[in-house]
Every structure is written in structure tokens, then in C-alpha cells.
Design a protein around this ligand. Structure first.
Ligand code: ADP
Ligand code: MG
Length: 682
């Protein structure tokens, strides 16, 4: 019987050394190997004649060897091997460097196939380090050749050979993983054909078919996995029906401003969920400044006045304490008690706080991940709000939800996510979108500037400070290492505080400082006692200082666009005209093009869409902590149409067989479980 889990080391031609190299690529078994898909393909189907070769191109030629290999010693460590070859249109010289095995590979007068890069100099044609094989062989020439993700110690040829060996073992024996009905309905090729053709396609038509099937399958698995989480949560469990007699309108009418239509629509959706006995599981999306916080405050009011407690979880201490302020301001007049729990509070205070939480004296607990700890016990938790930043994910959400009995859950994301991605990342949630900003929001004028404009920028900053404004200067993110970042902040601080802006009050903030220190600096800045705050991206999240109206980002090209947009959202929060200045070093046109997008739009969804397009999903989120499953073949930007079909199919299957118990769905169920486990482990 076919064993896909078989150790790759024992496949013909592998052995312990190559197995080690493969492990670096995450390949341990036959299954890993055959799902190590090519990253691209070279079309080596059509041979060219020597006379028609063009300088710089990569070409496949069929030629006869007409000279012995000459060996030329250049420098100490360099030996060059040259050989002349010819076809009926001309002659060229092949060149290899330091590859001694070349010497006795060829016989004069015999025909070979070559593939390599052409260079033409002074009328002579050369082919550099070509790949080659005998004329009658067509393994690396005369066909479409796969190129694999690789590391330095294993060559393309070796990977191709190993995959060929694996295909010999598995081809025709792989069991179909998709239900027959679906294959027929969506005209998908079978699994054996797909795997064979994705590695060694007969032509591009076959390749496309193979890829479509594999992408579809991958996306379907993820969708089914997410739907099953959603199903377990919303249909299998009875949640809380919050009181119909508690009217959101009572608190809405007490606000100093009018809610936008979008906010009202979203609140209606939430109100409906809250009153229903199904547990709410909802994602609240909206651009920076669209007013998500107030939506969570109003929902909190509803929960507390129905007799329940609420937990609000924020990704950083700064943001948590800011939330506390906003919640208190609006909820205290309604006699709702809000408290803060962050890891920096004293043991004594914490003990007392946990007691009051446990006996129900505290209505709303706002905090960081400290809230997740086992000893944080609620009396009657009814609503959980997480401000997610892609940092929490499914697991944390469920840990905190377990502190109540099927409480309602609301997830807020501060970074707008393109809709397709939201479906993948949050497919287990219902989605509400605030697609409108409060009125009179001004556009933040954004400029991308190079070093030679630095003086003008600095003078502009001085002018604005003299008018009473405050400034953020964001330090380039060097690596995700806090001490390196801290050093960069201090260097910048030295430059600005002691030289350029020595007449002004300059302070700095970085991730290595104690929470208390950070909070006090932030407070000073809020109170207007600091003119310029130099900071790492710790200010990225939700910080609200309305008088800060200019932001300068150093080396802005090192940030993702979505992140720049998030940073930019720190200004333009008051009534003053606001600016964002993105500095970059002036050489690269590509950087300029990317930053230009920021100067053209203030719409976070547009920015996110572009960012995803330019950098792909991995980079889009910056780290792997986003909870997004790893995709082996699907590309979320290009494969949107397949994603939509996969989602429809997943919903159909789920509806027809919610527990995936039918014979035809068993395989899908296993695959989906594997996906979801990987995801939750993140
Ligand atoms: P975000 O969606 O980025 O979390 P916030 O909830 O922090 O946005 O809201 C940004 C600011 O806008 C806050 O000061 C908030 O009080 C204010 N705000 C929210 N909704 C409205 C509205 N409908 N009209 C005017 N101001 C609003
Ligand atoms: Mg917010």
C-alpha cells in the first residue's frame, strides 16, 4: 500500500545528506516532496538555431560538439572550461566555471541539447554555464521545466530527480480527495493527473488545469475548516439573549455627536445578534478613525444593562488604557464600572481587582493578554471584544470566551483587510463593515520626500510647532528586535533633540521601555508637554492625540503600505490640518512608486488592496503571527475567483452535511481538521 508518510531519505538517490538539505525546505516525507510545488516554469519547448540567438536571452539549442574541452586556469581559485559546439547555422563557445566534471562529459562529433544564457561580444557567441543532456534525452530540454524553491546546498536537477522518483512510486495510486460530484461539476482534473502535471506539465494547458484543481482543493479545505468552527460555535451552542428592553438608542442619544449611517447599520446587526440566542461571532472592520470604539462601547452598554459583564482585550497596554478612558467617559454616567488589567499592575491591586471582578462589582474589564490568565474569573461574562491587530487569532478568542458561558464575541480589526483576505482569515465570523468616516474628517496631506528636502521638512515642522501643534517622528523598523530598535530611536533622538530641534521639547518612546515609563511619556504628550515624540511603531495602534498634526516617517520604504496607513491614522484626529511626510532614500523608482500610492489615497481598503497586490500575503502581515494558514499553491490575490467558488462549494457541503459524516466527505473532513489544527497552533 502507498505510504505518503514514508521518510524521504529512503527514496532512491536521496540518502542522509540530501535528506538534511530537504529538511531545510520543510520536506520530510513523500507527501511533503510531491506537494513541494514549482515556483515557476521555464518554457524550453522550442529549440533555437545558433544564428538567431539574441544577446542576454536564455535559449535551448541542439548542437554537435566540435572541440575537446579546454581548461584555462585564471586566478588561484578559478578554472574555466570551454568547448565549441555547432549547428547548421553557426558555432558558439560554451563556458563553465570550476566544474571539473565537465572535462569528460562530451564526445566530439556527438549531438547534445544545451540550455543557458547567451552573451554576444565582438561577434563571438557564448553560452554561460549551460545545462545539457544527450540529444535523444528530453528531461531538461525540449519541454516545460519546473523550477523549485530551493536552498544553496541542493540543486534544481537533484530536486527534479527526487520528485521524479516519488512520482514513480505514487502516480496512479493517490486516492481521490475530492468528492466525484465536485470534480464533475467544476470540471476539475483528478488528483493523480494534477500532481503529475503540476510538476512536469505536458503543456501549459495541462499545467493550468492541474493548478486550478490544487488551488481549489487547498482553498476548499480552509473554507470548510472555518465553517466547521463557525458551525460548532453558532449552531451547536446556546448563547445569551440580551434584553430587548435595553435600548441602544438610549445611549446613542446621549452622545455628543451623531453616529454615521454605517455605524448605525453595524449596530443594528450587532443588536440583532445580541438579542438572538445564538452566540454572536462577528468581525467589525473599518478604516482608521471610522469609529469602531464607540460601536463597542454601545454594545457594552447593552450587555451590562442586561446584567452581564464585558471583557475588552487590546493588543498593547497603551491602547488598553486609552480604551479605558473612552469607555469611562461614556459609560460612567450610566453607572457602569470599568477597570483596567495590564501586566504591570501590582500584585496587591491585582488581587483586589480580581476579587471585585469575581463578585460582579466590576462591569467592564479592559486589558491586554493579561486577561487571558487562568485566575481572571468573571461572575457573569456576556460579551467579549477583542481589538485584534492580527495578533490574537482563533485560540485566544476561544480562551477568553471560555471564561463565560458561550458569550457573544466581537472582533475589531484596525487594519482594513481586503475582502478576500477577510474571508480567509475570519471565515469563521460574520462580517460587519463601517465603510464611511464621520463627517468633516479632513484628508491628511501626504508627501513622499527624499533626503535633499530634509531642511525644508524640518523648517516646516518648526513652523507648525510654533503654531502650537505636536509632531510624531517614526523611526524605521530595523528588525523585529527591540534592542536594535531602541538603539535606532536613541540615535534619532540625539540628532533631533540635541541638534535640529534643540529649542523644542523632544521625547522618545520604544518597546524596551517599562510600561509605566511609556504610559507617562504618552500622557505628557497628550497633555501637550512634549512637542516632538520620536517613536518606534509602538504608537501604531490606536493612539489618540488630537493636537498631533504632523507625522514624519523615517525610511518609510521599509514599511508595508498597510502599516504606513495605520501610522498615518495617528494624525488628523483633531480640527487642525494634518500632514504625513514619508522619507525615503532617493535611488529606487520602485520605492517611489509604492509610496506614491500613499500620497494618492486616504482610503485604507484601497491601500490594503495595493499592498497585498505588491507584496503578497506573507509580507502583507509582516510576521507569521497573523493566523493565516500557509498556502502551498493558492495565491490570494490572483485566485480570488477560485476562492469564491471554493467558498460556495464549502457552504453547500456544510449545509448538506454539517458534520461531514457522509462517505464522500470523509476525506475532506480529515484534510480540514489538519488545516484547522495547524492554524490554531499558531
Ligand atoms: P477607530 O475606528 O480607528 O477605532 P475611533 O473609534 O478611535 O476610531 O474613533 C476616532 C474618533 O472619532 C474618536 O475620537 C471618536 O470619538 C470619534 N467619532 C466616532 N464616531 C464619530 C461620529 N459619528 N461623529 C464624530 N466623531 C466620531
Ligand atoms: Mg480603535
Amino acid at each position: 500500500m502507498l505510504n505518503l508518510e514514508q521518510d524521504i531519505q529512503y527514496i532512491k538517490g536521496v540518502g542522509p545528506n540530501k535528506a538534511k538539505a530537504l529538511q531545510r525546505l520543510g520536506i520530510y516525507t513523500i507527501e511533503d516532496m510531491i506537494t513541494h510545488y514549482p515556483r515557476e516554469y521555464e518554457d524550453r519547448t522550442k529549440p533555437k538555431k545558433i544564428a538567431e540567438l539574441v544577446d542576454g536571452e536564455e535559449a535551448f539549442i541542439q548542437a554537435i560538439c566540435v572541440s575537446a574541452v579546454t581548461v584555462i586556469r585564471k586566478k588561484k581559485n578559478m578554472i574555466v572550461y570551454k568547448m565549441a559546439i555547432r549547428d547548421d547555422t553557426g558555432t558558439l563557445v560554451t563556458t563553465w566555471y570550476n566544474q571539473s566534471y565537465i572535462k569528460d562529459k562530451f564526445r566530439i562529433g556527438e549531438g547534445y541539447n544545451f540550455y543557458g544564457k547567451i552573451s554576444k561580444k565582438y561577434g563571438a557567441i557564448e553560452m554561460n554555464s549551460p545545462e545539457f543532456e544527450e540529444a535523444n534525452k528530453h528531461e531538461i530540454t525540449g519541454r516545460i521545466v519546473p523550477m523549485y524553491p530551493s536552498t544553496y546546498n541542493i540543486s534544481q536537477n537533484v530536486i527534479r530527480k527526487i520528485i521524479k522518483e516519488c512520482l514513480k512510486i505514487i502516480y496512479g495510486k493517490l486516492e481521490e480527495t475530492l468528492p466525484e460530484k465536485i470534480l464533475e461539476e467544476y470540471k476539475l482534473v483528478d488528483i493523480n493527473t494534477a500532481i503529475l502535471q503540476i510538476h512536469f506539465p505536458t503543456d501549459f494547458e495541462q499545467y493550468k488545469k492541474a493548478r486550478k484543481r490544487l488551488v481549489f482543493e487547498e482553498l476548499l479545505q480552509v473554507q470548510i475548516a472555518l465553517l466547521s468552527v463557525k458551525y460548532d460555535y453558532t449552531t451547536q451552542k446556546t448563547g445569551i439573549s440580551f434584553s430587548k428592553n435595553v435600548k441602544m438608542s438610549d445611549i446613542i442619544n446621549s452622545l455628543k455627536f451623531k453616529l454615521t449611517k454605517a455605524q448605525l447599520r453595524v449596530l443594528e446587526e450587532i443588536d440583532r445578534d445580541m438579542e438572538s440566542s445564538k452566540p454572536m461571532n462577528r468581525l467589525l472592520q473599518g478604516d482608521v478613525g471610522s469609529g469602531k470604539t464607540i460601536v463597542s462601547i454601545i454594545s457594552t452598554y447593552k450587555a451590562v444593562k442586561s446584567g452581564y459583564q464585558v471583557a475588552i482585550m487590546a493588543p498593547t497596554a497603551i491602547l488598553a488604557s486609552q480604551h479605558l478612558e473612552s469607555f469611562k467617559e461614556i459609560l460612567e454616567p450610566f453607572e457602569i464600572k470599568c477597570e483596567l488589567l495590564v501586566s504591570s499592575i501590582t500584585a496587591k491591586k491585582k488581587k483586589e481587582l480580581l476579587e471585585r471582578l469575581n463578585n460582579g462589582e466590576i462591569d467592564v474589564l479592559i486589558g491586554t493578554h493579561a486577561i487571558l490568565e487562568d485566575n481572571v474569573l468573571f461572575k457573569k461574562l456576556g460579551l467579549v471584544v477583542t481589538d485584534e491587530q492580527h495578533r490574537f487569532g482563533v485560540r485566544q478568542r476561544s480562551i477568553i470566551a471560555e471564561k463565560g458561558e458561550n458569550p457573544d464575541v466581537m472582533v475589531m480589526t484596525a487594519t482594513p483587510i481586503p475582502r478576500t483576505l477577510a474571508l480567509i482569515l475570519y471565515g469563521d465570523l460574520d462580517i460587519s463593515i463601517i465603510d464611511e468616516l464621520p463627517p468633516n474628517r479632513q484628508k491628511i496631506d501626504t508627501f513622499a520626500v527624499t533626503k535633499n528636502l530634509e531642511d525644508r521638512v524640518n523648517n516646516f515642522v518648526k513652523k507648525l510647532i510654533n503654531e502650537g501643534r505636536q509632531v510624531y517622528i517614526v523611526c524605521p523598523l530595523v528588525e523585529e528586535k527591540e534592542d536594535i530598535e531602541a538603539k535606532a530611536v536613541l540615535e534619532l533622538y540625539d540628532k533631533y533633540a540635541n541638534q535640529i530641534f534643540s529649542k523644542y521639547r523632544v521625547a522618545y518612546l520604544h518597546g524596551k521601555m517599562k510600561a509605566k515609563e511609556k504610559d507617562s511619556i504618552m500622557q505628557e504628550f497628550k497633555d501637550g508637554n512634549i512637542d516632538i515624540l520620536i517613536s518606534t511603531t509602538v504608537i501604531e495602534v490606536g493612539v489618540n492625540v488630537p493636537n498631533a498634526s504632523i507625522m514624519i516617517v523615517e525610511n518609510a520604504d521599509r514599511f508595508g503600505l498597510a502599516q504606513l496607513h495605520q501610522l498615518r491614522g495617528r494624525v488628523g484626529r483633531g480640527s487642525n490640518k494634518s500632514y504625513c511626510i514619508l522619507k525615503y532614500d532617493g535611488k529606487s523608482k520602485e520605492k517611489m512608486e509604492r509610496l506614491k500610492i500613499m500620497t494618492q489615497t486616504n482610503d485604507g481598503f484601497v491601500v490594503a488592496e495595493k499592498d497585498l497586490e505588491l507584496r503578497g500575503t506573507g509580507e502583507f502581515f509582516g510576521t507569521k503571527q497573523h493566523g493565516l494558514p500557509e498556502f502551498k499553491i493558492a495565491n490570494l490575490f490572483e485566485d480570488v475567483s477560485i476562492l469564491k467558488i471554493a467558498q460556495e462549494v464549502a457552504m453547500k457541503i456544510e449545509k448538506d452535511d454539517p458534520k461531514l459524516e457522509k462517505e464522500e466527505n470523509i476525506k475532506l473532513k480529515l484534510m480540514a481538521e489538519k488545516k484547522i489544527n495547524n492554524r490554531i497552533e499558531l
